[in-house]
Write a protein that binds this ligand. Structure first.
Ligand code: HEM
Length: 155
């Protein structure tokens, strides 16, 4: 009886502090508590950041023309899934590889830097710790060769 009570107490505690009790992902879907994904606040935090990020991108005349014919809801969902996976989240990314996704856009380094700048500004606005922002920006920088379709990109 005592055990049942303590399990109940734990669940109530977990719910009240927002511990993720969703076990759907199973053991293979576990995340490292030290991952960028967890330290940012998991999928809800990444979703909020991506939504704010695309607001900034779409308001910027230097780059918004690239997104003129793009379904932005779908795009945001793909970016959320990509970043979650890149930051150590529980689900593998199943979208197009980055080189294929950007090949037709003929992007320059300047375009990349504008986008990276919006990502950084988003995280600053959301009051993410500076060290964690630097880690996120390093992940973003690691995608640069693929996004710009440079020869030595692996994907
Ligand atoms: C930080 C680097 C970047 C990352 C991680 C990234 C990530 C992604 C992802 C995950 C997709 C969806 C791929 C799919 O269809 O499954 C995508 C598509 C796209 N990205 Fe990026 N991207 C980056 C940089 C850029 C830059 C610099 C631009 C333009 C200024 C850009 C413009 C686009 C556009 C227009 C699409 C939609 C392509 C289409 O549906 O035809 N991206 N990106």
């Amino acid at each position: 009886m005592k055990n049942i009570l303590s399990i109940f107490a734990f669940c109530a505690f977990a719910l009240s502090v927002g511990i993720n009790t969703n076990v759907q992902a199973g053991p293979a879907g576990k995340t490292d508590p030290n991952s960028i994904y967890e330290r940012l606040g998991g999928q809800p935090a990444i979703n909020a950041a991506v939504d704010l990020f695309y607001k900034k991108v779409l308001a910027d005349k230097r780059v918004n023309h690239f997104f003129e014919d793009v379904n932005m809801k779908r795009q945001a969902n793909r970016q959320k899934a990509f970043l979650a996976a890149a930051f150590g989240g529980p689900k593998p990314y199943k979208g197009k590889d980055l080189q294929k996704a950007h090949a037709h856009l003929n992007l320059t380094e300047a375009d990349f830097n504008v986008i990276a700048g919006h990502l950084q500004a988003t995280l600053t606005e959301l009051k993410i710790d500076a060290k964690l922002i630097a880690e996120v920006m390093a992940v973003a920088a690691s995608t640069k060769d693929a996004v710009l379709n440079h020869q030595h990109a692996t994907k």
